[in-house]
Ligand binder design. Structure first.
Ligand code: HMG
Ligand code: MG
Length: 301
């Protein structure tokens, strides 16, 4: 398959937003710095959302301010509305992400509005971002299934992707929020959305609840997609996606890509060290199979 893949490391945001133990601002900054040192240069570092909804992301402004001086890296933050946009700009964000859903049930649970209403909220964010020279990524959740509405038709995803793309998002990240997708469905979805948004502007954001994420990524790569969201250690989940587990683990993605001859520039030992540190802080071992294997190997020596 050759060529390159861009990894968007979402551990500090998606990875930590659903943990029972809130991680301090200083420890989140140290985690992000460890990820950068491991060679991950695009990192989602926080969210400017309601502190009542996601208390774990309180302090995102301090986190962003703490890392933004590391030149040559791209730091992303979630923004659900104009209030979040203003906070993100006060903290110096250069790349933000709005987040919509392909299903009404998840939209209501996650951001307390319909899909159409969420688009109306994003419009002023996108127009202000354009005027301010800020790049906007667009997420779509529940692209392969919804915890509330069940099966999702690819056309529902295509419709939201088209809207976000036309509003000016530079990239659309397709979220299998509850990790129910399987490879052929992932492939069909990518093909359907690529009929509207160029494949080079699509990203795969797959959670690994049913252990299908790597297979789904491979299928999406065969379709031509080259942007992968992942979280160190396989951290992650969304409080509004009951039962869903973490994102596909960055270690597992890197291992697969390197095995395919695709250089990632990631130093696996440093990445596993970053994962081990954050795992100790949240009090549970990494779910990444590669991290677990390398840790076991290290213990055996
Ligand atoms: P709402 O209650 O409808 O909003 O929530 P509201 O405008 O009526 O405001 C209610 C309160 O929230 C007010 O405070 C506002 O000031 C405050 P109060 O007067 O009650 O003290 N508020 C805010 N505070 C801080 N920052 C803001 C903000 N906006 C309002 N930006 C809202 C709507 C969207 C705000 C809320 O539902 C929310 O914050 N939801 C966030 C949910 C979230 O972060 N979910 C996880 C991220 S999405 C995800 O994980 C999926 C993804 O990974 C992809 C995938 O896997 O599929 C991206
Ligand atoms: Mg997610």
């Amino acid at each position: 398959m050759g060529d390159t893949v861009r990894i968007v490391e979402v551990g500090p945001r998606d990875g930590l937003q659903n943990e029972k133990t809130s991680v301090s601002v200083a420890d989140r900054i140290a985690f992000i710095e460890a990820l950068i040192a491991a060679g991950l240069h695009t990192v989602e570092v926080g969210a400017f959302v309601s502190p009542k909804a996601i208390p774990q992301m309180v302090g995102s402004a301090e986190v962003l301010r703490g890392v933004i001086g590391h030149a040559g890296n791209e730091f992303h933050v979630l923004v659900p509305n104009e209030k979040g946009y203003e906070a993100s700009q006060a903290a110096g964000a250069k790349v933000i992400a709005v987040f919509a859903a392909a299903s009404e049930g998840f939209s209501r649970a996650n951001i307390n509005c319909t899909v159409a209403e969420s688009i109306e909220r994003f419009k002023p964010v996108l127009s202000r971002a354009k005027a301010d020279g800020i790049r906007v990524r667009g997420y779509i959740s529940c692209v392969l299934g919804c915890p509330y509405d069940g099966e999702i038709k690819p056309q529902a995803v295509v419709d939201v992707a088209k809207t976000l793309w036309e509003l000016g998002c530079y990239e659309i990240s397709l979220g299998d929020t509850i990790g129910v997708g399987t490879p052929l469905k992932a492939r069909q979805l990518l093909r359907a959305v690529a009929g509207t948004v160029p494949m080079q502007n699509l990203a795969m954001h797959f959670h690994d609840t049913y252990g299908q994420a790597l297979a789904n990524l491979y299928a999406g790569m065969e379709e031509g997609c080259r942007v992968i969201d992942s979280a160190a250690g396989g951290l992650g989940g969304c409080p509004y996606a009951p039962g869903a587990t973490g994102n596909v683990a960055t270690e597992d993605v890197v291992y697969m890509l390197e095995g395919m001859g695709i250089a990632t520039g990631v130093d696996m030992a440093k990445l596993v060290a970053a994962t081990n540190t954050i795992s100790k802080l949240i009090g549970r071992p990494p779910v990444s199979r590669v991290a677990a294997a390398l840790n076991a190997k290290a213990r055996a020596h």
